[in-house]
Design a binder for this molecule. Sequence first.
Ligand code: PEP
Ligand code: MN
Length: 344
Amino acid sequence: MLIVMRSDATESDIDKVIKVIETLGFRGHAMPGETRTAIGVTGNKGAIDPAHFENLPGVADAIRVTQPYKLISRDLRPEKSVIKIGNASIGGGELAMIAGPCALESREQVYEVARVVSESGARFFRGGAFKPRTSPYAFQGLGVEGLKILAEVRDEFGLNIITEAMDEAGVDAVEKYGDCIQIGARNMQNFSLLKYVGQANKPVLLKRGMSATLDEFLLAAEYVMAEGNYNVILCERGIRTFATHARNTLDLSVVPAVRRLSHLPVIVDPSHASGHAYMVGPLARAGVAVGADGLIIEVHPRPEEALCDGAQALTREQYLDLYEESKRIHEVVSESVSLAAEIV
Ligand code: PEP
Ligand code: MN
C-alpha cells in the first residue's frame, strides 16, 4: 500500500496517516518529495483495504502496490534521491568520485593516497579496514586501527569516509569512525546484516552481489530501507559470467534499469568489475555515459606493492586523468539528458 498525500497536506495529516498504519500493526515510511509526500506501508502480509485511508485529511490516494518492492520505488518517490554523506552528497548534479586504496595498509600509504584524492577535488575516500578475502591466509586488513587512520584522514583532508563492514561489530565501528557503511558484494544477501545496517544512522553503499539479478539487488536495498534507513546508494561492480578476459563483467545496463524503477542513486565500480588497471578508465567513462551518479575507484601509490587488488589499482596520474575525463563526460551527459527530458 502506498498513500499519496495532497501537496497541501500538513505534518499533522501525515502523522495521522502513520498512526492509523501503526494501529493496523504495520509500519509507515514517509518520503517527502518535491511536490508531495508519499507514505509506504511495510509489515503487511496481504492487501490492505484503502478505505482505512481515503477519508483522512490530506490524503490524495491510497494505491495497492503490486511490485515486490515498495520503498526503493519511484512510485513512492518519483524524483531522484540525493543522499548526504558527511558534508557532501551523491545523486545531485555533481559526479561523485569515491577514490582510495583497496585495503588500508599503513598510515603512510593511506595518507599518500588521501593527499592525491583530496588534491583531485574528490569528496569521498574509500579504503577497506575489514577485507573480505577469498583466502583466509591473505591480508585481512588493519581492522579498527585502520578505521582510526580513516577518521584522521577525514579531519586532515575533509574527505568523507566510505568503508566496508562485514559483520555487526564492523557496522558499529564504521558508524563510529566513518561516514558511510559499505556492504560488499559477498554480503548483499546477508539479510541479518542488511537489517542491522537498516538501523544504523549512517548511509549505506550497497554493492551488487556477483550473481544478483536486478530484483535481488533492489530487494536487498529494500531490506535496509524497511528498517528505517532510507539513505542507500546502489553500486554496480560487475557480475560473474563465462568471460575470462576480465575479473567480472560490468553490467552497464543495470544503471538505466535501476533508474527506471528506483529513486536511489547508482554508482559504478570499474575497478572490481574489470580487475585490470588498463580497463578501469574506459569502463569508468562508459559508466558515466550511461548515467551513473558516481564512480568508486581503487588507487595506490605503487600498485605493484599493493597488499590487495594491485592489478586493478590506478597510479596517481591514471586516476587524475580518469577523473578529468569522467567529469567532462558527465557534463555532456547531464546537459543532453535534461535537454531530452525537455523535448519529451
Ligand atoms: C571493495 O570495494 O573493497 C570490495 C571488496 O568490493 P566488492 O564487495 O564489490 O568485491
Ligand atoms: Mn579491492
